[in-house]
Design a protein around this ligand. Structure first.
Ligand code: HEM
Ligand code: HEM
Length: 165
């Protein structure tokens, strides 16, 4: 059951948000090794796992576990509602963006694993498509956070920095 009436995030929720954010950025930046290994496999070579490709897989599974942990906390501890004075379309956009980000950071490790461990080419295609959409959502998400901070002048960014309890 979702617990209402939270006014902020816990230290654990904040720590998990920024840890996952950092790991996602690392995955965005350091994927060359796994892409090369995958391309070589597609060209008929034996599937090899160089250290950076292994890192991609390990970080990917770490993101999966942390994302599920975050979702569990969302439903057990709860999260603060969006600012009451936020226009309805922006609220919808924020919720849709958060939902999309969760779906993709859970879907990406799964599609990546299906491609890598089961050799399914379509899963690699889905993984790439998910990457493109996640990238756009993260840009939108960061723009939203900055819009809140500098235009709406709400407390949204500071509540993702300072814990409630
Ligand atoms: C890859 C990077 C990121 C991911 C995957 C991500 C993901 C998320 C998700 C899913 C939420 C929804 C709240 C929850 O239930 O946990 C959230 C909240 C939030 N994020 Fe991010 N985020 C990222 C980067 C950032 C950055 C760079 C900023 C700041 C510029 C930021 C600022 C915020 C803020 C302020 C909230 C709270 C919104 C609220 O209180 O309603 N995030 N983030
Ligand atoms: C949330 C976690 C993950 C993120 C954000 C992520 C991100 C990425 C990115 C940005 C690429 C490059 C896309 C391209 O240029 O084609 C990529 C490729 C790849 N990743 Fe991941 N990845 C994640 C998890 C995983 C996991 C857990 C595995 C394997 C167990 C995996 C396997 C692959 C493979 C095989 C490729 C090359 C095939 C392709 O390009 O689609 N990934 N990943």
């Amino acid at each position: 059951m979702v617990k209402a009436a939270r006014t902020g995030y816990s230290a654990l929720q904040i720590g998990l948000h920024w840890t996952v954010a950092l790991l996602i950025v690392l995955q965005f930046l350091a994927h060359e090794s796994i892409v090369n290994a995958w391309d070589a496999y597609q060209d008929g070579e034996v599937l090899a796992t160089p250290p950076l490709a292994f890192l991609h897989i390990a970080l990917g599974f770490t993101i999966l576990v942390l994302a599920i942990w975050r979702l569990v906390l969302r439903f057990t501890r709860g999260v603060p509602p969006l600012p009451a004075n936020e226009p309805a379309p922006l609220k919808f956009l924020a919720h849709a963006t958060h939902f999309g980000i969760y779906a993709l950071i859970i879907g990406m490790p799964i599609s990546g694993a299906v491609a890598w461990f089961l050799g399914v080419e379509q899963a690699a295609g889905a993984h790439f498509l998910a990457f493109a959409i996640l990238f756009l959502l993260v840009v939108l998400h960061v723009a939203g956070a900055l819009f809140h901070q500098f235009v709406l002048k709400s407390s949204v960014l500071s509540r993702m920095a300072v814990a409630e309890d």
